[in-house]
Ligand binder design. Structure first.
Ligand code: HPA
Ligand code: ZN
Length: 330
C-alpha cells in the first residue's frame, strides 16, 4: 500500500509508448462517428472484449484495425491530448512516444497531418501540463527496408520535428539486420535510435540491434535474459531496456506477473524501466504497470527508485535535465 503510493506519486518518465496504442475504445467510437467510419464492432464493450491476445500478431491485427478511425489532424491531436491528460494523473513528467507513420500513409493520411496533430498536443502538454517530450518515428518491420527508406526520405521536411527513429510490429522473421541501411542513414543524420528486440524474437536479434544498428536503447529486451554473455554486454554498455510488464502479460511473453523478470534484470545491473507500450489494449497506464509489479513481485522502495531513475537516465534529454529529474525523486 505504502509502496503503491510511492510509485504513484513519483515523478516518472515513459519511454515506450505507441501513441496509436493509447486509443481507448470510447475514442475509437467517437472518432468513427465523427469521421463516418464503419466499425466491425457494435459497442465499446464489444470492442473491448476483442482485446484478448495469445501473441504479438493477434494484438497487432486489432491494433492496426483500431487506428482506421484516425483520419484528420484533429484526430491525431485528440488521441495525443487524451494520452497526455491521462498520464498527467500518473505523475508522468516526460514522455518519449512512438508513432507508426507507414500504417497511416498506407491509408492515405499524409505525414504532415500525422506529425502536426501529434505535435500540437505535445506542445500544449508541455505548456499546460509541464510534460516534456520526444517524438520517435517508428518503422514497421513487417514491411520492406525500401519502404522504411522511402518513409525516411518522406520525413525529410520534418526532421527538426523528430527526435529519433524506432522499429516495431511483427518481430519474428524480421530481424534488425533487415534494416541495417536505413538505421545507418538515421545515425548519419544525427538521430538516436531504439528498436524492439527480444520481445518474441531470440537473443540474436538483440545482438543484431547492438552490432548492426548501434542502437541507443532496446525496447522490451526480455529474451536477453536467456544469454548471460548478452546480459553482461548490455550491463557494460549501460543500455536502457524499456520493459512493459502488462504488455508482456497480455501478449504471453510472460506466463504470469509473478514470473516477470524485471527484478532479476535490476539485480543483474540492467537498466530496466517501466512502461505501458499500448495502454488502451494492455490494461493500463504507467501506474497500473507499477501496481501489477508491486502486487505480484517482492518489490522494495529501492527498486521503485531505481526503476524511476533508470527512465530519466535513459531518456534523450540533457545531463542537466536528467539530474534535475533524479533530484526530484529523492
Ligand atoms: N511490439 C511490437 N510492435 C508493436 C508493439 C509491441 O509491443 N506495440 C505496437 N506495435
Ligand atoms: Zn512497443
Amino acid at each position: 500500500e505504502e509502496l503503491l503510493q510511492l510509485a504513484e506519486a513519483m515523478p516518472k518518465a515513459e519511454l515506450h509508448l505507441h501513441i496509436e496504442g493509447s486509443l481507448e475504445p470510447e475514442l475509437v467510437f467517437q472518432l468513427a462517428e465523427r469521421n463516418g467510419v464503419k466499425l466491425a464492432y457494435s459497442s465499446v464493450d464489444a470492442l473491448r472484449a476483442a482485446y484478448a491476445f495469445n501473441n504479438l500478431q493477434e494484438f497487432l491485427d486489432v491494433y492496426y484495425a483500431g487506428m482506421s478511425v484516425l483520419l484528420k489532424e484533429q484526430d491525431f491531436y485528440d488521441l495525443t491530448w487524451a494520452y497526455l491528460n491521462r498520464v498527467h494523473q500518473d505523475h508522468v513528467v516526460h514522455v518519449e512516444i512512438f508513432f507508426d507513420p507507414q500504417a497511416h500513409l498506407e491509408r492515405g493520411i499524409p505525414l504532415d497531418v500525422q506529425i502536426s496533430g501529434i505535435r500540437r498536443a505535445l506542445e500544449q502538454g508541455q505548456a499546460e501540463l509541464g510534460i516534456s517530450f520526444r517524438l520517435i518515428l517508428s518503422f514497421l518491420r513487417h514491411l520492406s527496408e525500401d519502404s522504411a527508406l522511402e518513409t525516411l526520405e518522406l520525413a525529410r521536411p520534418f526532421y527538426d520535428q523528430l527526435d529519433g527513429f524506432g522499429l516495431d510490429s511483427s518481430e519474428q522473421g524480421h530481424p534488425p539486420e533487415k534494416f541495417a541501411r536505413v538505421f545507418a542513414r538515421c545515425k548519419e543524420l544525427g538521430f538516436r535510435i531504439t528498436v524492439h528486440a527480444g520481445e518474441e524474437g531470440p537473443p540474436d536479434y538483440v545482438y543484431q540491434a547492438l552490432d548492426q544498428l548501434q542502437v541507443d536503447r532496446i525496447d522490451h529486451g526480455n529474451r536477453s535474459m536467456e544469454d548471460e554473455v548478452l546480459v553482461q554486454r548490455l550491463v557494460g554498455a549501460g543500455l536502457t531496456l524499456t520493459v512493459c510488464p502488462l504488455s508482456n502479460l497480455k501478449l504471453c511473453v510472460v506466463k504470469d506477473m509473478a514470473q516477470h523478470p524485471i527484478l532479476s534484470m535490476l539485480k543483474k545491473g540492467l537498466k530496466a524501466t517501466v512502461n505501458s507500450d499500448d495502454p488502451a489494449y494492455f490494461g493500463g497506464y504507467v501506474n497500473d504497470n507499477y501496481r501489477a509489479l508491486i502486487q505480484h513481485l517482492p518489490v522494495t522502495r529501492d527498486h521503485l527508485y531505481q526503476l524511476a531513475r533508470n527512465a530519466f537516465e535513459g531518456a534523450w534529454i540533457s545531463d542537466d535535465e536528467k539530474e534535475a529529474h533524479i533530484n526530484e525523486l529523492n
